[in-house]
Design a protein around this ligand. Structure first.
Ligand code: COA
Length: 286
């Protein structure tokens, strides 16, 4: 569990490799991992680097210390930006949204947000953009923007509206009230909430499950899921058919044929109940 990768600066985002999992921690615990421009730039660099790093089969985004992230940094991201030229502000804002939304939503490897503690405002973006999210039951979430006179911009409201119901999303946006991890799971902001004491262990088990699947199929499925929502039924049908054909051509382990062979000929597994044995097809482990 060491081997931090070299990243520019390298202090504000920590990376640990663990059996195919890259644990990526926002690392300003004394500031509750509030995201300042330097952290955002470093995070973008880390995600770029991990995309082709063979030690990483899956990314877990989390926070160091007792916070996931207290959102955007009120001092360095907001107040100090007031004196910037519009172009400079746009650039700072774009870097933040690029890693939190664009990169994570379309990342070529599976992603899990592990919400270990405080999670406010801008931190919702990465939670929603990761493929899956697990929270500590004790974690505290809040759309606190209204509490200091702004709105959840930076596409935070777009993230919220994409997973929460209008009733729940509007309630917490307008009241600024906090809610815990269990409530976040109830509202489907996260998949599941577990006691903090087993959060990492639970996340690790979920990560190992994803890593045990055919990687090309997982990548194609997550990309397709993001895209079909905005398509008509006919466009979606055509797109998915093309994606399926593409997968048959590009999957290095020929999972489709191997899966059918192990079920129909070897009778060694049941696809309804689990994945085929990948090492039999010569695939790599993690
Ligand atoms: N931006 C900048 N600094 C922040 C911050 C943020 N979003 N969140 C926390 N910090 C800083 C505090 O200013 C403080 O700095 P200092 O030690 O130099 O005084 C330090 O982090 C610790 O914060 P503190 O409030 O003492 O910690 P806490 O554990 O008592 O409370 C929070 C944690 C998250 C409830 C509280 O810090 C908070 O409300 N933060 C703002 C959350 C927010 O509204 N974010 C949305 C932004 S859109």
């Amino acid at each position: 569990m060491n081997d931090p990768i070299a990243t520019p600066g390298g202090k504000l985002v920590l990376v640990e490799f663990d059996d195919g999992i890259a644990w990526v921690s926002l690392n300003r615990p004394d500031k509750r991992n509030a995201m300042n421009p330097a952290l955002n730039a470093e995070m973008l660099g880390v995600l770029d680097a991990l995309e082709t790093d063979e030690r990483c089969g899956l990314v877990v985004v989390t926070g160091a210390g007792d916070a996931y992230s207290a959102g955007m940094d009120l001092k360095e991201f907001f107040r100090e930006s007031d004196r910037l030229a519009p172009e400079a502000w746009l650039q700072i804002s774009r870097v933040a949204q690029t890693w939190q939304i664009d990169r994570l939503r379309h990342y070529p490897k599976p992603t899990i947000a592990m919400v270990n503690g405080w999670c406010f405002g801008g931190a919702f973006n990465s939670v929603v953009s990761c493929d899956l999210a697990i929270a500590a039951e004790e974690a505290v979430f809040g759309l606190s923007e209204v509490n200091w006179g702004i709105i959840p911009a930076g596409n935070v409201l777009k993230s919220v509206a994409s997973v929460m119901s209008a009733r729940d999303g509007l309630y917490y946006t307008l009241t600024g009230e906090t809610f815990d991890g269990s409530r976040a799971a109830e509202m489907k902001l996260v998949n599941i909430a577990v006691p903090h004491a087993i959060l990492r262990e639970h996340t690790r088990a979920l990560a190992r499950t994803l890593l045990s699947k055919n990687r090309a199929a997982v990548r194609a499925a997550k990309h397709a899921f993001r895209r079909v929502g905005a398509m008509s039924w006919d466009d979606s049908d055509d797109y998915l058919a093309a994606k399926l054909d593409q997968l048959r051509l590009t999957d290095p382990e020929g999972g489709r044929n191997e899966g059918m062979r192990q079920f129909l000929d070897d009778k060694t597994y049941r696809p309804g109940l689990g994945g085929y044995q990948r090492d039999k097809s010569g695939s790599s482990g993690a």
